[in-house]
Ligand binder design. Structure first.
Ligand SMILES: C[S@@+](CC[C@H](N)C(=O)[O-])C[C@H]1O[C@@H](n2cnc3c(N)ncnc32)[C@H](O)[C@@H]1O
Length: 226
């Protein structure tokens, strides 16, 4: 079994894979490197994730990223106008997120309200109908072979730490309770539906599929883009 540690680095808190000492610590940095670039490049027209979440139609959506991970998707969604709350159960990943958010708030205080960590520790504690959108991107247990080969070093470290989310099917029911408007599930192209439940519609991108589950009272809460 692999072991990991958190270590302060000049760039911020970093995740270190103890069996791989030559690997660079994994640091979440919203304002630097690839993540910053991805956020800057994001646009409503081209991002399948934005269309799946309804960001092209509604403004100021509140979104719960219930499986935040390294918050790469969340950062894209924030840059496209969503107000995002992050939920993450892996304690080290949660610490990395907290550290990255503190650095973000210091350097760019305008994001303080746009991106934050959830106050509840588990989805079951989140109040019903408390977010417009709930976004789910659990680790896919079977692994996509094509994707596996292309996985970058930092993602290998992350996947090794987090492992497969074998209980992913259990996320859908609480997500549908928490969402006012829709639940969006990111899946590999050929994966089965989460909890074997057919979505209302799908947005297909080059690498992924977004399954969209609409909530009954969606019309009441949506704010139309002006
Ligand atoms: C594939 S990663 C998410 C990647 C993320 N979308 C990104 O862009 O960086 C899945 C994450 O969901 C977390 N997770 C899975 N099930 C969870 C649950 N029930 N509650 C909170 N976090 C969960 C895992 O610990 C893991 O960090």
């Amino acid at each position: 079994m692999s072991s990991f540690a958190l270590q302060q680095t000049p760039a911020g808190l970093g995740l270190v894979w103890l069996e791989q000492p030559t690997m660079k610590p994994l640091v979440i940095d919203f304002l630097g490197g690839k993540q910053a670039f991805r956020g800057q490049q994001a646009n409503l027209k081209d991002e399948a994730i934005a269309r799946a979440c309804g960001l092209h139609k509604y403004k100021n959506l509140t979104l719960l990223d219930a499986t935040a991970g390294l918050a790469r998707d969340a950062w894209v969604l924030v840059n496209l106008g969503a107000k995002v709350t992050l939920n993450e159960r892996q304690p080290m990943v949660r610490e990395l997120l907290a550290d990255a958010l503190q650095r973000l708030y210091t350097q760019a205080p305008e994001f303080t309200e746009q991106l934050r960590l959830a106050e509840f520790a588990e989805l079951a504690q989140a109040p019903a109908k408390s977010f417009d959108v709930v976004y789910l991107d659990p680790m896919y247990p079977k692994g996509d072979r094509k994707q596996k080969a292309a996985v970058k070093k930092d993602m290998q470290m992350f996947q090794q730490l987090v492992g497969a989310d074998l209980d992913a099917d259990e996320l859908l029911a609480p997500a549908l309770r928490i969402a006012r408007q829709r639940v969006v599930v990111k899946r590999p192209q050929h994966a089965d539906f989460l909890a074997q439940r057919k979505p209302d519609h799908q947005i297909i991108s080059k690498k992924h599929r977004f399954d969209v589950y609409l909530c009954a009272d969606a019309g009441d809460t949506a704010r139309v883009q002006s």
